[in-house]
Design a protein around this ligand. Structure first.
Ligand code: PLP
Length: 395
């Protein structure tokens, strides 16, 4: 038999530390390894397989489109991307959208659009972007420069100029780093994903709104990880009373196919004129057909189920032995081990893997265990996974 791990390690750039399993197929919340083992998926590809592996309706929608048109250049109209744009705008109240292929690209578009908008409105000196410490916005130079974590910057300097990093949930710090003359936009995640599932406070959200209004600064919400039902509402900013001028999302939107979106409100909808931005693959009809299948089924009842499953996780782990803290929103949850000197988050993740549960770490030093199960995980499998997690934290 061909050794996939060996091939991969020889021929693929070594940017990933992979777990020692090869996933050959999956069905909703179960992944099957080539070792013949079954795993309960509590990770869903960083929250991308929002309806699990190979959801039958999603697969049918994708397959149907695949037999019609798999791609056209953006010189032509196609049906799925126009329909998806309409669904997103009607649901969020945003005015129009730009389709990209990833979260990083969606953020790249948002940063460019914010600078261009302010260039036209406040002049060429208004280009600064304030993001949060511990944030994650992607790996391309613009998105990387917005990412407020020196770990990701190391070796890649100089970054794009004009970025400042404020302490998350610290309004005074945001206030002191922003000005009417120079600040084009504030970009933030309402729940920081890679940064450790840190939830924004309501006071911070209110203060951000006030600062943006007083200083005429655009607000960009990065919903790449927290969006599309992940936190129990369609987008997480809804729970904080925010009214972003620009929203970016990706991961869970496509149900597993690459897609990214940058959405603009009435104010920013014309920031990008013809020829100012573009992408060859953006708005791919197959990816859009998959996304439509996901969004059509993400109604209030579905979101209520996400919230109910969230409560189940919180209750099972909050006072469990070996657990110091459980935090998060919806099915975006982090658990801090009580005795990291004895057992680190990564040890717990590896123990869960051996016991047939896939989960990951979060936080600047990977100090927390992160759960991002498919939103469609069955209660039965969720309970089985929670028992494995309880055991791993306790012993
Ligand atoms: C994953 C992520 C990104 C980057 O998305 P890619 O698709 O990997 O480019 C950006 N922002 C947030 C909040 C993310 O979680």
């Amino acid at each position: 038999m061909i050794d996939i791990k060996e091939l991969d390690q020889q021929y693929i750039t070594g940017t990933y530390n992979r777990f020692p399993i090869t996933i050959t197929w999956g069905s909703n919340d179960i992944a099957y390894g080539d070792d013949g083992k079954e795993y309960i998926d509590m990770e869903s590809g960083y929250g991308t397989n929002s309806f699990g592996f190979c959801d039958p309706d999603w697969t049918a929608a994708v397959e149907e489109q695949l037999h019609k048109v798999q791609h056209t250049s953006n010189l032509y109209y196609t049906e799925p991307c126009a329909h998806l744009a309409e669904i997103l705008c009607k649901r969020t109240g945003m005015a129009n959208v730009f389709f990209a292929n990833s979260g990083g690209e969606a953020n790249e578009c948002a940063l460019k659009a914010a600078r261009r908008y302010q260039h036209l409105h406040k002049g060429p000196d208004c280009f600064e972007i304030v993001s949060m410490q511990n944030s994650f916005h992607g790996r391309s130079y613009g998105a990387l420069s917005a990412t407020g974590n020196p770990h990701y910057h190391e070796g890649f300097e100089p970054l794009v100029p004009g970025f400042h990093y404020a302490e998350f949930n610290n309004l005074e710090n945001v206030d002191s780093l922003t000005s009417k003359e120079h600040t084009a936009a504030i970009i933030l995640e309402c729940v920081q994903g890679e940064g450790g599932i840190n939830v924004m406070t309501k006071e911070f959200a209110e203060g951000i709104l006030k600062i943006c209004k007083e200083k005429d600064i655009l607000l960009i919400c990065d919903e790449v990880q927290a969006g599309n039902g992940r936190t129990g509402t369609f987008y997480s900013y809804e729970q904080f009373g925010l009214h972003p001028d620009i929203v970016t999302t990706a991961k869970g939107l496509g149900g597993g196919l690459p897609i990214g979106v940058c959405m603009f409100n009435e104010k920013t909808q014309n920031a990008l004129a013809p020829g100012t931005h573009g992408t060859t693959f953006g708005g791919n009809p197959v990816a859009c057909a998959g996304a439509i299948s996901i969004l059509e089924r993400m109604d209030e009842d579905f979101l209520a189920e996400v919230q109910a499953k969230s409560s189940l996780v919180m209750e099972a782990l909050a006072d469990a032995p070996g657990v110091a803290k459980v935090e998060g929103l919806g099915l975006m949850i982090a658990i801090t081990p009580a005795n990291p000197e004895k057992k680190k988050a990564s040890d717990i993740v590896n123990q869960c893997l051996k016991k047939g549960v896939l989960c990951i770490t979060a936080g600047p030093n990977g100090e927390k265990v992160r759960l991002l199960p498919p939103l469609t995980i069955t209660v039965e499998h969720l309970k089985t996974a929670l028992a494995v997690l309880q055991e791993a934290f306790a012993n």
